[in-house]
Design a protein around this ligand. Structure first.
Ligand SMILES: NC(=O)c1ccc[n+]([C@@H]2O[C@H](COP(=O)([O-])OP(=O)(O)OC[C@H]3O[C@@H](n4cnc5c(N)ncnc54)[C@H](O)[C@@H]3O)[C@@H](O)[C@H]2O)c1
Ligand SMILES: O=C(O)C(=O)C[C@]1(C(=O)O)C=C[C@@H](O)C=C1
Length: 439
C-alpha cells in the first residue's frame, strides 16, 4: 500500500512519514523545496516524478501551508487513481474539503482531518484527531483511517467542516491570538521576560511556557490560522470588546462590576474546580521532577534531551531552579531543566543495555555432582551488573573427575569495573560448590 505525502518534508509530513512507514505502508514524500536529503534521512523515496506518484498511490495526503492547500488539492485530485484516498491535515476544514469535493473524481474517496497537536508530541497517545468525512465520499477508507489512528491511542472526533472551523476559531484562533499578543505586549513594554522569571508564580511560569512555545513556532502557520478562517474575526471582536470593557472597569475602580463579570464568567465556564485540580497537577508535576533532581544530587542519573533525543548519563552535581549540572566522566555538562526529561531507573537500565559497550567474559567451572547447570546460571544472572549470561559449553570428560564442566559466557554492563564483577561471579560460583577451572 503506497502513501504519497505532499508536504512530506515539512513539520507534520516528517511526523507522519515514520508513522505510516511503521505501519507497513510504502511512503513517498514530496516538498516544494525539493529536500531530497530529508526523504533520505527518513529512509523513504522523494517523488522525482510527482504526477506518476500521484497516479499510482493508494493514499495521497496534502499537508502544505494553509494558504496554498486548495490550489495543491486542485492540481493533485484529478490525477489520482480510482479507489484511492485523498486526505489532508490542514488546520482549517471548509476550504480544503470543498476543494477535495470539487476536484476529486467520484471514484476517489476524500477525507478531511485535523490532528490537534504539533509535531513535537512523541505519539498519538491521548491526542485528539478531528475527522470531517463527507457522506458517501469515504465509505471504504474512513474505517481504515479511523482505526489506524484509534489503535495508536488517538481520540477521534467526527464533525462537519463548518462546525470544525467554528470551534477552532476559538480553540486556536482565540488562544493563539491571546498568547501571541501577550508576547507582542512584552516586546512593546520592553519587559525583560528572563529577569521576570526570578519572581514568577506558578500561573505565570506556565503561561510563559505556552507563550514561548507558540512564539517559537512557524509564524506563517499561526498567521494563516488567524487569516484564512473567516470565523476568527468575530472572535477577535468579542475579545477586544471584553478587553476594553474590563480595562474601563479597572480604570473606574469599579470593584463590584469587576467581580460580577468574573463571577458570571466562572458560572459560564462551568467546572472551575476541575480546572484547579488539573492545573495543580501540571504545577505539581514540575515540582515533582525538580524534587527528584534535588534528591538525586551525588547519584547517577540519566536524562533525555527533549529536542535532540540525546541521553546524558552521569553524576548529578548541582541543581538550581532552571539548570542542572551533570558530571559525565571528566566533563561537566550543564543542562536546562525545561529541555530534559529525567529517565526512571528502568529506562536508564534499558538505555545502558542498548548503548554501552559491554564486557564479555567466559568462566569455566566444574559444577558439584547432582547440581543443575541451568539453575546455577539463573542464580548468577540475578545481578544488575550482568547484561546476559548463557552456557556455551558442557563437557563431561574432564580427567580425574566425574563432575560436569560448564562454561558460562557472561556479558558485563559496560559502565562497571568488569574485573570486579568477574571476581564476584567467581566467588559466588565457588560459594555454591563450583571449582573454577584454570585456577
Ligand atoms: N505544525 C503543526 O503544528 C500543525 C498541526 C496540525 C496541522 N497542521 C497543518 O499541517 C499542514 C502543514 O503544516 P506544517 O507545519 O507541516 O508546514 P511546513 O511549512 O513545515 O511544511 C509544509 C510543506 O509543504 C511544502 N510546500 C510548501 N509550498 C508548497 C507548494 N507550493 N506546493 C507543494 N508543497 C509545498 C513544503 O516543502 C513542506 O514540505 C498545514 O496545513 C497545517 O495547518 C500543522
Ligand atoms: O504545539 C502544539 O502542541 C500544538 O498544539 C500546535 C497546534 C496548536 O497550537 O493548536 C498548531 C496548529 C495545529 O493546527 C494544531 C495544533
Amino acid at each position: 500500500m503506497k502513501v504519497l505525502i505532499i508536504g512530506g518534508t515539512g513539520e507534520m509530513g516528517q511526523w507522519f512519514t515514520p508513522f505510516f512507514k511503521n505501519h507497513g505502508y510504502e511512503v513517498v514524500v514530496w516538498g516544494s523545496s525539493g529536500k531530497v536529503e530529508v526523504a533520505e534521512r527518513m529512509g523513504v523515496e522523494f517523488a522525482s516524478d510527482l504526477d506518476a506518484e500521484i497516479g499510482t498511490s493508494d493514499i495521497v495526503i496534502v499537508t502544505v501551508p494553509i494558504n496554498i492547500t486548495e490550489r495543491v488539492i486542485s492540481e493533485t485530485a484529478p490525477k489520482m487513481k480510482s479507489g484511492s484516498l485523498l486526505m489532508d491535515f490542514t488546520s482549517l476544514k471548509v476550504g480544503p474539503t470543498e476543494a477535495m469535493k470539487k476536484y476529486a473524481p467520484e471514484d476517489v474517496e476524500i477525507l478531511g482531518t485535523h490532528p490537534m497537536f504539533g509535531p513535537s508530541i512523541p505519539s498519538l497517545h491521548g491526542q485528539i484527531f478531528i475527522l470531517t468525512p463527507i457522506e458517501g465520499r469515504c465509505d471504504k477508507w474512513f474505517p481504515v483511517m479511523r482505526s489506524l489512528f484509534e489503535d495508536n491511542g488517538a481520540h477521534i472526533e467526527v464533525i462537519t467542516p463548518a462546525e470544525h472551523d467554528r470551534f477552532v476559531s476559538v480553540v486556536q484562533g482565540l488562544t493563539h491570538f491571546a498568547y501571541i499578543t501577550i508576547g507582542t505586549t512584552f516586546d512593546a513594554l520592553d519587559f525583560s521576560v528572563n529577569e521576570s522569571r526570578r519572581f514568577m508564580s506558578p500561573v505565570y511560569d506556565i503561561m510563559l511556557d505556552f507563550v514561548g512555545r507558540i512564539l517559537g513556532q512557524n509564524p506563517y502557520l499561526y498567521a494563516y490560522i488567524q487569516m484564512e478562517n473567516p470565523e476568527v474575526l468575530k472572535v477577535h471582536d468579542a475579545f477586544m470588546n471584553q478587553c476594553s470593557e474590563m480595562s474601563s472597569i479597572v480604570r473606574k475602580k469599579d470593584v463590584e462590576a469587576f467581580t460580577n463579570k468574573m463571577k458570571d464568567a466562572a458560572v459560564h465556564f462551568g467546572d472551575t474546580a476541575s480546572a484547579l485540580r488539573r492545573s495543580d497537577k501540571l504545577i505539581n508535576s514540575k515540582i515533582a521532577e525538580f524534587d527528584r533532581l534535588l534528591d538525586s544530587i551525588g547519584q547517577e542519573i540519566g536524562v533525555r534531551h527533549i529536542y535532540s533525543g540525546i541521553v546524558h548519563t552521569g553524576i548529578i552535581k548541582k541543581v538550581s531552579p532552571r539548570d542542572v549540572v551533570l558530571e559525565c566522566g571528566s566533563r561537566m555538562v550543564p543542562l536546562k531543566i525545561e529541555n530534559i526529561r529525567l529517565l526512571d531507573e528502568e529506562e536508564l537500565h534499558e538505555w545502558k543495555l542498548e548503548n554501552l559497550e559491554h564486557h564479555l567474559r567466559d568462566i569455566s567451572v566444574l559444577i558439584p555432582e547432582e547440581a543443575n547447570a541451568d539453575v546455577i546460571m539463573e542464580l548468577v544472572s540475578c545481578n544488575d551488573d550482568i547484561v546476559s549470561i548463557e552456557i556455551i559449553d558442557r563437557y563431561e570428560g574432564v580427567e580425574g573427575t566425574k563432575r560436569l564442566s560448564v562454561t558460562f559466557r557472561v556479558m558485563i554492563m559496560g559502565d562497571v569495573e568488569a574485573e570486579k564483577v568477574h571476581l564476584g561471579i567467581e566467588r559466588q560460583l565457588m560459594g555454591i560448590g563450583c571449582s573454577i577451572r584454570g585456577w
